[in-house]
Design a protein around this ligand. Structure first.
Ligand code: ADP
Ligand code: MG
Length: 697
């Protein structure tokens, strides 16, 4: 038995350790600057750095690193040792406040979308003191933000921290209008549920597509897939159990609240849910969780696939982003309470979220847009591309009651408190039935389900925090000078619910009727990454980011460019991998098998004309036809890959070309191959089948 409380956060330099290792005076002034967001005094920084270093050395560290999240989506580290030469030729272990607060990694190889001129490759990392330092691989890791020499943001943490400030400020402002002056801070809280696949390492090694691109580019369906749903919450296999036990232990040491682990619907698929925490910490923790999943799987002879759609026809992997707002006084602002219809404060926050999601559907959609997630969305339990909100029957009835009462208002009747009073108390289990909704209210939080499994959760949360803060800000402006606050709040709620009710949808998001209806409602249906990313630079979005000091125009454009470039690179790599597999492995295999069939036919015929060869002839003829089509498709894809040169100058049209021209040819090539796989001797097929992949552990 492991001593969980004993190991929990043992690898984290958390508040408790600071209190023990710093003098009261230094600790107090450190806390004060964190709480007020003021710069650390250099003397305090020196003492904190020293205490951190002593602790890290006790844990066996020799190096430290500024751990940051560049636009690549993964985390980056540049390790420096603590050693410092001493006059007499010895070395001492040193770590100053300056080194703690600021780093200067050579940033030239991180994507910057043209922000960082090549002559000025320097970038700066600065400590995020609200996310604690930790030890990993004998290295002290310091969570940091990353920006260019000119101060432009180059990472995912800086805008997240800025958006947290905004949502904090605007929520507090609203709460003060409600008379809650004891509230001094509001945090966005997030619990990301992480899905992933585990497959055997030896089987993985034999699939070029998985190795190069993270997903299978070819592969016929296995006779047994997920049709029996017998994997879901089924008994966890021994090897997976050992992996989960080690993962939990490592996560706990890092102070990550890994809570539940279970099998998912698809074979070989699993999920890990942590307990929620402040969003910047949740983002850091989720990055660490993904990293550890990959590493620990290897130790157990498996590979962890974080791709959003590793297998065609099988559920993909997502990441449910549970989001809420919580005050320093311990109140969850999205908790409806027993009588939500009378809880105007809750209804106001609910209305703010509804308004924001409707006005900035495009930003939510593009915040989850990646080449991989495009394959996942729109089917097999993943949300559709159209962003809509699910409130559950109870809340929706309240919203409808509020909207419909408006008729009566002109006659001077009470608006919100009547009529809805007979509604039952919100129960959690009545609110989570719609598994396909992109944005669902689940009792006391919203669950944004469109995120792909590999995504850094910062981006969707930057959007959420910013857009809700912006709406709250306009609400405060309107309410601040109201003569009758209560009446003004009610009017505001009703007005906005009425205006934005189109975003609420409780039905089945997969039907054609919904696509038609959503279009009539004026909702966006952005079915590809290039189409979604195009919206990043719409004026209303640039204005939003500017108004809230999240990004300037250059930064938004840079981000758009980086994401488009990334999309293009992925499709290119996939196409090249397919061509390689098709030409070097699949074509020769089928050709060899058909040659063997021809040999057999010839042999049988030589024995006697009475021996039937029609079965072999039929198969030979079918495969030869397919092989000839396959060869033509290879040529077509080859020329499409070459044809992309024409688009090199315009990144948007280049990405659209990849999406509209290349992906379709790739899927046609795959379809032919998959059909050939179904009728080729498995001895000849060059790759492990879907059955072998999905049931390999
Ligand atoms: P559900 O049954 O709706 O999935 P759970 O209680 O299992 O709800 O929680 C799912 C995830 O939501 C967990 O990661 C949990 O920590 C997170 N969560 C719960 N409450 C909040 C909250 N107030 N803010 C953010 N995330 C939350
Ligand atoms: Mg969930």
């Amino acid at each position: 038995m492991i001593d969980v409380p004993g190991i929990f956060a043992s690898n984290v330099f958390n508040d408790e350790k600071m209190r023990v290792r710093l003098t009261q005076e230094v600790y107090d002034s450190y806390r004060e600057s964190i709480e007020n967001g003021t710069p650390l005094d250099i003397k305090v920084a020196n003492d904190v750095a020293d205490a951190m270093k002593e602790w890290a050395i006790e844990k066996g560290c020799t190096h430290y690193t500024h751990w940051f999240q560049p636009m690549t989506g993964i985390t980056a580290e540049k390790h420096d040792s603590f050693i410092s030469p001493h006059a007499d030729g010895h070395v001492i272990m040193e770590f100053s406040g300056k080194e703690l607060i600021k780093g200067e990694p050579d940033a030239s190889s991180f994507p910057s979308g043209g922000i960082r001129a090549t002559f000025e490759a320097r970038g700066y990392t600065t400590w995020d003191p609200t996310s604690p330092a930790f030890v990993k691989d004998n290295t002290l890791c310091i969570p940091t933000a990353f920006m260019s020499y000119t101060g432009d943001v180059l990472d995912k943490k800086t805008p997240l921290l800025r958006s947290m400030n905004r949502i904090n400020h605007e929520s507090v402002r609203i709460l003060h209008l409600f008379g809650k002056t004891d509230v001094t801070r509001v945090d966005a809280t997030v619990g990301p549920e992480q899905e992933y696949f585990l497959i055997d390492k030896d089987v993985y090694e034999r699939r070029k597509d998985l190795k190069y691109t993270g997903r299978t580019l070819f592969g016929a369906r296995s006779p047994k897939g997920q049709q029996l749903d017998d994997h879901y919450f089924g008994a966890i296999k021994q090897r997976v159990k050992a992996f989960m036990a080690e993962l939990d232990e490592e996560l706990w040491k890092l102070g990550i609240y890994a809570k539940t682990e279970h099998n998912e619907v698809a074979p070989a698929q699993h999920e890990l849910a942590p307990i929620f925490t402040t969003v910047n910490i949740a983002a850091d923790h989720n990055q660490l969780t993904m990293e550890l999943m990959k590493r620990i799987a290897r130790k157990h002879g498996m590979v962890c696939l974080l791709h959003e759609k590793p297998f065609k026809g099988v559920n993909g992997s997502g990441k449910h982003n549970n989001w809420s707002l919580s005050t320093n006084t311990g109140e969850n602002l999205l908790k409806p309470g027993k009588k939500p219809e009378e809880n105007t404060q809750f209804l106001l926050f609910l209305t703010a979220v509804i308004t924001a999601v409707d006005e900035y559907q495009d930003l939510l959609r593009l915040s989850v847009a990646t080449a991989g997630n495009d394959h996942r969305m729109g089917g097999d339990e993943a949300p559709p591309f159209i962003i809509s909100m699910f409130l559950g029957d109870d809340l929706e009835a309240i919203v409808e009651a509020i909207i419909n009462r408006e008729e009566y208002e002109s006659q001077g009747k009470v608006v919100m408190n009547t009529g809805a009073e007979t509604l039952p108390e919100i129960r959690k289990d009545t609110t989570d039935r719609n598994r396909t909704s992109p944005f669902a209210f689940t009792g006391n939080k919203f669950e944004f389900r469109s995120l792909g499994s590999a995504l850094n959760i910062s981006c969707p949360n930057i959007m959420l925090n910013t857009m809700v803060a912006d709406v709250l800000s306009s609400f405060s402006d309107e309410l601040e000078n109201a003569a009758d606050f209560d009446a003004a709040v009610r009017r505001l709620i009703r007005k906005n619910l009425k205006k934005h009710r189109r975003i609420i949808f409780n039905g089945d998001g997969y039907t054609d009727e919904w696509v038609t209806e959503a279009e009539q409602r004026g909702l966006l249906n952005l079915t590809s990454t290039p189409e979604a990313l195009k919206k990043y630079t719409l004026k209303k979005n640039l204005d939003l980011f500017k108004r809230n000091s999240i990004f300037n125009e250059t930064e938004v454009k840079a981000r758009q460019e980086i994401l488009l470039e990334n999309y293009i690179k992925i499709i290119d790599l996939e196409a090249l991998t397919m061509l390689d597999m098709a030409k070097k492995d699949i074509f020769p295999a089928v050709s060899a098998f058909t040659g063997e069939l021809a040999e057999t036919i010839r042999g049988k015929r030589a024995v006697s004309d009475d021996i039937r060869v029609d079965a072999e002839v039929k198969l030979l003829s079918k495969l030869s036809d397919l092989l000839s089509q396959f060869s033509d498709k290879i040529d077509e894809l080859d020329s499409k890959v070459g044809g992309s040169i024409a688009y090199r100058k315009n990144i948007q049209s280049h990405a659209e070309y990849c999406c509209n021209e290349m992906l379709s040819t790739m899927s046609e090539l795959r379809a032919i191959s998959d059909e050939m796989e179904m009728c080729t001797d498995s001895k000849h097929w060059p790759y492990p089948s879907y059955g072998q992949l999905l049931f390999s552990v």
